[in-house]
Write a protein that binds this ligand. Structure first.
Ligand code: TXA
Ligand code: MG
Length: 369
């Protein structure tokens, strides 16, 4: 299949007032969605692989294209609260509170599912995950399609989620008719998945809206134990979290030392690894990189700066790009500097632990608590 690319410059979607123009440019994309095709599109978190959420056959294609396990449900993306209310059968007060505070934006709510939503999307669960993205192109695509859009991240299953059009192209060229390219995703990590179908709101996947943000509006919330506790005793509420995700080809090792000691630890690891003459990559903060000696830097095959320690949002936005660049540079071992698990750092550390294959129930995984 030939894959077309529809490119948007940033100036074309800087604000919501441009929605009408964006919609015009998306006419063909909307038609593809209505015909039951699958289209990749930008969101503020990561790129999505979308299909008409009311068309079971179209949604089945998503699973096949990604190689996604059938028991991993999809998020339904909406462009209005009316649409959201149709998808979910029941809206507790807390869901309204969250929608007012965080929509459009990187929050996905798990709510009781409406009967009209095909079972393939929820993988047979009685609940449905709903999100209103804030990216103008995503909102416009939903509107021109005239239906809610079911979409997982637009990567081959198991790979890091795509944060720009080039990543999607690498994974899905030839498998879908259209990639809408809107440049770099702003958040760079997926949305927060919050389960509101039970008494205490529970974060099933940390993401763009932080635990602290949610506590601020909801009061008490919980972090799903499946994120850090031994799996045997737990029945994961978010099926997706049980898979090893976000994994590049190289072996990922987390450098958990406090910032003051991170450079020393990285130096030690690089020297050790270089004895075997294999390719090593380092993803670290600007401050840490400045402390690495110049000769040592020459031993590193790919040194990628995640951002400054003063603003972890940059590191979050750049993590997947860094992991993917390591693959492109055939890096065999990837050292990644750990962040604090406060704020957006919690989502960063969760994805990093997954990429490193950290097992739940270990000391390393308990850092998320
Ligand atoms: O930011 C995002 O959420 C991106 C963009 C495209 O919106 N989408 C995304 O989708 O990350 P995906 O499919 O890669 O991840 C969806 C997560 C999975 O962990 C899945 O198991 C969980 O949401 N999920 C979906 N429906 C659920 C449900 N009914 N109950 C619990 N978890 C659910
Ligand atoms: Mg995904």
């Amino acid at each position: 299949m030939e894959t077309k690319r529809l490119i948007f410059e940033k100036s074309e979607f800087r604000n919501l007032s441009q929605l009408e123009k964006i919609e015009e440019k998306l006419a063909e994309a909307g038609e593809l969605i209505r015909k039951g095709e699958v289209v990749a599109f930008p969101t503020e978190t990561v790129y999505g692989l979308g299909a008409n959420a009311l068309d079971a056959g179209a949604c089945r294609k998503i699973f096949a294209i990604k190689g996604r396990p059938q028991d991993n449900p999809l998020i339904v993306h909406v462009s209005s609260s009316l649409e959201a209310e149709i998808v979910a059968a029941d809206w507790p007060e807390q869901a309204y509170t969250c929608a007012r505070a965080f929509w459009p934006g990187p929050l996905t709510m798990v709510l009781p599912k409406s009967a009209g939503v095909p079972d393939v999307i929820s993988a047979g669960l009685q609940t449905i995950a709903v999100r209103m993205p804030s990216h103008p192109i995503a909102l416009a695509l939903i509107r021109v399609s005239g239906c809610p859009i079911a979409a997982p991240s637009a990567n081959i299953s198991g790979k890091p989620s795509p944060t720009n059009g080039r990543h999607v192209w690498r994974d899905l060229n030839g498998r879908i008719p259209l990639i809408i390219d809107g440049g770099q995703s702003q958040v760079g990590l997926e949305s927060t998945v919050l389960d509101l179908s039970t008494d205490i709101p529970t974060i099933l996947r940390p993401g763009g809206v932080t635990k602290e943000d949610l506590e601020h509006v909801l009061g008490r919330i919980e972090l799903d134990k499946a994120l850090y506790e031994e799996k045997e005793n737990l029945n994961p509420r978010s099926p997706g979290m049980k898979y090893r995700h976000y994994a590049p080809e190289g072996i990922v090792e987390i450098v958990s030392e406090v910032p003051q000691k991170a450079a020393a630890k990285i130096s030690e690891e690089v020297l050790k690894y270089k004895e075997s003459d294999r390719r090593i990559g380092v993803l670290c903060l600007e401050e840490t990189s400045q402390e690495l000696r110049d000769e040592l830097k020459q031993d590193i095959d790919l040194l990628y700066i995640l951002g400054s320690g003063a603003n972890l949002h940059d590191a979050a936005a750049r993590l997947f790009e860094g992991l993917r660049l390591c693959d492109e540079n055939r890096i065999e071992k990837i050292l990644v500097q750990a962040m604090s698990s406060q704020g957006i750092g919690l989502a960063f550390m969760n994805r990093l632990q997954k990429a490193a294959g950290v097992k739940t129930g270990t000391e390393e995984s308990s850092r998320l608590k």
